[in-house]
Design a protein. Structure first.
Lengths: 634, 120
């Protein structure tokens, strides 16, 4: 079809795109109106090397003027097809415009090159839009990558991942690309073998449900899963996945799913620990309820967090009522305040707390309990304690105390009451003895009086021993200490016994004379006891040896007799209370208290007491007193 | 020289025995079974030596001895404190007595103790 030249002109001038043409020599010959408007500069018959500069033809990134070989019209003239070449032009007013250039070489019907033509299409607006789109895309990608969750979009029909954010690397150690390459199968392989079956089933069910319920299904409703996945480094992490329907196909079946997966390992481990802790706590409580003791727990703030069933049964307070400070209701009002202070003192120093106090029972009366508790270490802190009913022991103790007081009172009175008649008896008999001794005619009288006198003395000693033993048992024997010389003490004792026996001769082997710090009367009592035993148990012998010496930094006093001796198997019992050698019971009188009392006296002096004996040959009773300040004289 | 001795004891038998022994030793013996108005008694008798029992009505031997010793006129009179109590040494000290004699006693010990104040 041939067109009229004018018609064609009009067509070109009205086109929105810019048209530029050159002849076979490469000279610009045609600009349409649009092109002229784009450049703002009219057509000038310039050669190709000048086009870029004259008309401000730039590379699309604005990096510089187009080289001659890159100018679209030049390319077309040279025979190269120009197809959507992007470029930028700057108008003479300074406006930047982005263009697509399309065009070709022109040939006449004979195939001879007659020139080239380029169509310039303004894509500035499109570019702007694209730029904005890129910005938005970049923004969204930033959000996606900074989200601490793994975001994926995957296709349920072919298992292909359309999108994976970079959190894949942080959460599972694999790059997004590895996910995209691996697909659904790869991801499933990462799920823990114990969880995978469950997850796949749940997933299936969810999809079927979403399909069936359409259109009454809210695609925004998240389906949630918790399971373990294997990190690239080999360890397992706990994850929580939220899945929503992302896209449906033309049949409204779920086609794509958006998943967000977060690492919940820490939280999960804490849950498991808490569960275990609860199990062990439950176990503890079961055990505690079986205990015969009352058990309680106080936390690091000093508030009661637990009491066991025995406590509730004992006090009648419910578990709830006993918590925090509720338990104080059961403590005796007189004890409550002081015990609380005592407990807090231990609590603040993390020391064990032991105490006694009264607790009100369910029946309303008070009973004594013994509280024992220890501070707990990690992870619990606080205190764990027990209470034991010790009412019976307390009552017994109180009763014993009262009894002891009564006994002391009695002893005091008995002591006086027994000694008073003996005093008169003894003095009277001694007076009569003296008087009758003066007169030879009264010799028989004298001997009987002497006998009576001796018996009174024995009685006196027995009563003294009895009273001493009671005192020792009550822990009431006190020593009156002062300093005196050992020889003086021994000599005094010996001189007293010279009256008691005319058979025995008492020989004093004084090897030392030292100053002792002790109770002179009590030590005299010991020596007297030794002497009296020596006399008593050696009726056939005629001498007794008393000796003093220093051994091992102590003063040793010994009394040796040559009498019946002590059988070897009895020696270890000899200083026991009430012990008397069997054979002697009829022949030898006495309560058997003397040596026991002597042993107690020596013990109170921090000394030692003992005996060496051979049956049939005699015995040596000895004691030692340690020297603290010794002044050795000779 | 009249050696006067004043003996306080609530037990009449002991007073009897003590009197016998003391008279044998050449003392003029005055006895009392209680220590009421002690100052008056001492003033009246003017003894050179006093023997005081622990358990004597009404105020007891310790208090009575303390009263005597508090009187400037009598504080130089030696007091022999005697008692069946085991703690007699401390009681005598507490009373402010000059010496003590524990019951029951040997008559020879009794004599010895009293004789030690013979030259008063």
């Amino acid at each position: 079809m041939n067109f009229d030249n004018n018609f064609l002109q009009a067509v070109f001038q009205n086109m929105a795109d810019g048209i530029v043409a050159c002849d076979e020599n490469g000279t610009l010959i045609f600009f349409n109106d649009a092109l002229e408007k784009m450049h703002g500069i009219p057509l000038q018959p310039l050669p190709p090397e000048d086009w870029a500069k004259k008309y401000n033809l730039y590379y699309p990134d604005g990096s510089g003027l187009l080289k001659k070989e890159d100018v679209p019209l030049y390319k077309a003239w040279k025979g190269e097809k120009v197809d959507h070449q992007e470029m930028m032009i700057i108008s003479n007013e300074g406006q930047r415009k982005y263009m697509y250039a399309n065009g070709n070489q022109l040939k006449d019907s004979d195939g001879k090159v007659i020139g080239a033509v380029i169509n310039m299409h303004d894509i500035t607006d499109i570019n702007e839009t694209n730029k904005k789109l890129n910005e938005i895309r970049h923004f969204i990608e930033q959000i996606s990558d900074l989200t601490p969750g793994l975001i994926t979009v995957f296709n349920v029909t072919n298992g292909v991942y359309r999108y994976v954010n970079n959190a894949a690397k942080t959460i599972l150690g694999y790059t997004a690309q590895e996910f995209l390459n691996g697909g659904f199968e790869f991801v499933v392989s990462l799920v823990h073998s114990e969880d995978v079956q469950k997850i796949l089933e749940q997933n299936q069910k969810a999809i079927i449900n979403a399909n069936e319920k359409y259109p009454d299904y809210n695609d925004n409703d998240a389906v949630e899963f918790e399971y373990r996945m294997k990190h690239k480094n080999g360890s397992y992490i706990w994850v929580h996945t939220y899945g929503v329907v992302f896209g449906r196909d033309t049949n409204h079946c779920v086609e794509e799913i958006l998943n967000i997966t977060v690492d919940i390992t820490e939280r999960k481990n804490a849950e498991i620990k808490a569960e275990q802790s609860k199990i062990s706590e439950d176990y503890f409580r079961d055990l505690a309820d079986q205990s015969p003791f009352m058990i309680w727990k106080v936390n690091e703030k000093g508030l009661c967090t637990y009491v066991n069933k025995p406590w509730c049964d004992f006090t009648g307070l419910s578990f709830k009522d006993s918590l925090n400070f509720g338990w104080r209701k059961a403590i005796h009002p007189d004890d409550g305040e002081s015990e609380y202070i005592k407990f807090m003192n231990c609590f603040n120093e993390l020391k064990p707390y032991h105490s006694k106090f009264r607790v009100k029972t369910i029946s309303g009366d008070y009973r004594w309990v013994l509280a024992q508790s220890n501070p707990l270490k990690q992870p619990d802190k606080g205190y764990l304690g027990s209470l034991t009913d010790i009412t019976e022991q307390e009552d017994a103790q109180q009763a014993t105390k009262v009894l002891m007081q009564k006994k002391d009172e009695f002893m005091s009175i008995a002591s006086h009451e027994l000694k008073t008649p003996i005093t008169s008896m003894k003095a009277a008999l001694q007076i009569v003895q003296r008087i009758s001794g003066k007169n030879k005619k009264d010799s028989q009288l004298h001997s009987f009086i002497t006998l009576a006198n001796n018996q009174v003395n024995k009685l006196s000693v027995l009563i003294e021993d009895l009273l001493d033993v009671t005192k020792i048992q009550a822990g009431k024997m006190e020593l009156n200490k002062n300093d005196f010389e050992s020889t003086e003490l021994i000599k005094e004792c010996i001189s007293q016994y010279r009256f008691d026996s005319n058979i025995h001769k008492i020989i004093f082997k004084q090897n030392v004379n030292v100053t002792i710090s002790g109770d002179k009367e009590r030590l005299a009592q010991v020596i007297a006891n030794f002497l009296s035993n020596a006399i008593k148990y050696s009726p056939e012998a005629d001498k007794i040896i008393v000796a003093s010496e220093i051994t091992d930094n102590s003063l040793k006093v010994s009394v040796t007799d040559f009498g019946i001796g002590i059988p070897e198997n009895n020696i270890k019992y000899i200083f026991d209370r009430f012990f008397r050698v069997e054979k002697s019971s009829q022949k030898f009188s006495g309560l058997g208290l003397g040596l026991f009392i002597s042993a107690q006296i020596i013990e109170k002096h921090n000394g030692k007491i003992g005996v060496n004996s051979k049956e049939g040959q005699g015995s040596t009773f000895w004691f030692t007193i340690p020297c603290n300040n010794f002044l050795q004289k000779q | 020289m009249d050696k006067k001795i004043l003996v306080f004891d609530d037990d009449e038998d002991i007073l009897l025995l003590s009197s016998y022994l003391l008279e044998e030793m050449g003392w003029q013996v005055h006895t009392r079974t209680n220590c009421n108005s002690i100052v008056e008694i001492v003033k009246k008798v003017k003894p050179s030596v006093i023997m005081m029992d622990n358990w004597i009505p009404d105020i007891g031997g310790i208090a009575a001895t303390q009263i005597i010793k508090a009187e400037p006129e009598f504080k130089l009179i030696p007091v022999i404190f005697f008692s069946a109590n085991n703690d007699i040494k401390n009681l005598a000290l507490q009373a402010g007595a000059d010496t003590y004699l524990s019951k029951p006693f040997d008559i020879s010990v009794f004599e010895k103790v009293v004789n030690s104040f013979n030259n008063q």
